[in-house]
Design a protein around this ligand. Sequence first.
Ligand code: BZD
Length: 831
Amino acid sequence: MSMAQSPEPLDVDRERTRTGMSKTALKQGFLDNLFYIQGRFREVATPHDLYMAAAYTTRDRILERWIKSAQRYKTNQSRTVCYLSAEFLPGPHLANNLVNLGIVETATEAAHELGLDFDAIIAEEAEPGLGNGGLGRLAACFMDSLSTLQIPSIGYGIRYEFGIFDQTIEDGWQVEKSDNWLRNGNPWEIPRPKIRFPVLYGGYTEQYRDHDGRSRTRWVPAQIIDGVAYDTPILGYGVGNVNLLRLWKAEASESFDFQAFNVGDYYGAVHAKIEAETISKVLYPNDEPEAGKELRLKQQFFFVSCSIQDMIRLQFNTVGPLDSFAEKFVIQLNDTHPSLAIAELMRLLMDEHDMDWDRAWDITHRVFCYTNHTLLPEALETWSVSLFERLLPRHLEIVYEINRHFLDEVRVHFLGDEDRVRRMSLIAEDGERRVRMANLAVVGSRAVNGVAALHSELVKTTLFKDFHDFWPDRFHNVTNGVTPRRFMVVANPRLSRLISETCGSDDWIRDLDRLRDLEAHAMDSGLHERWHEVKIAAKRDLAAWLKHRTGVLLDPEAIFDVQAKRIHEYKRQHLNLLHIIRCYQRLKQSPNQDMVPRAFIFGGKAAPGYFMAKLIIKLINAVAEVINNDPQINGFIRVVFMPDFNVKNGQHLYPAANLSEQISLAGKEASGTGNMKFSMNGALTIGTLDGANVEIREEVGKENFFLFGMSAEEVSQRQREGYHPWEHYAKDAELKSDIDLINSGLFSHGDTQLFRPLTDRLVNQDPFMVLADYRAYIACQDHVAEAYRDHRHWTRMSILNVARMGKFSSDRAIREYAEHIWRTEPHPIDL
Ligand code: BZD
């Protein structure tokens, strides 16, 4: 709320009491919930009881707004954005909801007066880890912004019983532990047992004549499973709007159970129930598609079918006939994982609601929009026709029919170009026949977008070039953004307070461009001092946290150099490692040199089946062990791997970083969003011209960004010419000695073979050109170190980075979607 427009304090008090937001009301609500829901009184309550009571007290205050929003959207017949995503990574809800309700201070005081440790209560919440990384977290940021911008919306996904695994590090290796996040109950969700839809699988299709004598198709499934809705309210910041995150849980369909029971097969009935429930049991922990995994395809169809049926139900409940479905709804596909929705909507409109092909297609292709998140060929989803047919026989027919209509158009437009027809087909015919989900998504959508300017260009000129030639107007860019509520206000309250005091208002929280007001103070030495103090305090906190969890002690005065993201060869954590080994060798060679102390901090999970990524984690920990225990190094450099990087733990990392590592090979990272989170918290970036780094650098100014490495253009040129990594290894003596040191066994207790797969891959193949960028990276890191010596200058750059991050709010991204792609309007709910 703008300070200038604050209402009179007395009015505020009265209003807070009326709406239950006063300190007294919060305390009473808390004690009531502790007693009536948890069945405890203060003296015997466990920390978890206290958290549950706090969560219910907060939820109670959301419910009125939620019901009001639902009613208002219904009477207004509001156009609704349905965000279909196989993943949502919302992070712990309590602190975020308190921020969005505007009652953090009141709640803190209330807790204090009750003699409770507020931070401990917040820390008690389990992470809802229903996603792998950037894609799932983007969906959560977008939900926050949709509510804040008062746009009616529903996030649809899967209520995985087990989310992304918990990562522990044992003997330097990643070990995966199952994530039983629902074990102690989830106070934020409301089950809706009556919102339940059947989902069909397998069987066959048959033709029949309806009462008008028209030929129709009937799908006779082999299996029916129910999807049941679980709703979580998503509150906007400082507004009355509450949108819905609706996640589907799989249950055995009762009708099916009873069939088996009736013929006396009790065991079979129970078994069917267990099998049904496996569909929403566990998130696939891969940030690439699972080749040929039947259960994954079943999951995708499961949530897509429930969601489309739910939209049709809502259409009938509000507007009425299905003809205006594309006016009432817009469906955004978060990558291709939900793209079966295109075929499912066609099926429901035709087979269940009597529409002919042309009317159904007209609605379908006007309702869908598709976001692409990757150019990596190995990450493009395809399903073998045989698996597809076995599981979804009717959908395969529909895909074929879409393809037939589509390829007819292509042939008319590009007469005689059968090569192009083959490339654009929804079915790949080279080798085993496969359904190309990305092509289905493009053909079935009226808008397609990439997630950063560079990425969207490459989408048009490489991945979907043929489609762009055909439909140039279909392609858009919406650069990603992240929510400042979660990643600044919740994660970094100290910095947030300092910014509000400096700018004279907290308006920046809803209008991130207002951070520009900081620029006027960028030279102010008073601000410099406080800025530095805020950063040091966060570094001390992180150091304490890491000491407790890993035993490694970091020096808060050192540069906190952080790379936190999924472990992947294209993200090049091993390039970072080569720099660390370089620093180590330099210190060993001249122990008395004046090196700027650095703490190298890593975090991130490896897909459990991705051997090379797991070996990179092992190497990070192996290098850490040697360096951290070398008395000659004497703490000048330290290396630590933060276990179990997730939204919750990330909140300790962003505020404490001085340097953000965004070092993917140019052209490979679609956008990145960690780059934005670090920069918003005052870290400077060392990065390549990849993904959104390009735009971050444009915004913050090239003098406030450490750029190195080849451009995407140079990368493809080098690849065309033929890339020979061993030439770099042979020519660059320091590079050679860094790689040789790994092979020497120094980091592996004398085992010269352990890291061979990694070093051999670098020297012989190096698909992500680590060696080609090594020299430029080392040189750039030397600049970083020199720049850090000048504290004043560094702090100024840090302030300017924050001041110029306005563009990277997810509010801006959602505004662009709303205006250019969705054509939706805000529907404010009065407080
Ligand atoms: O999506 C990521 C990209 O790699 C990032 O560059 C980008 O910033 C974000 C958001 O747009 N992609 C993913 O996170 N992808 C997955 O997690 C994923 C999960 C399952 C299957 C395939 C991909």
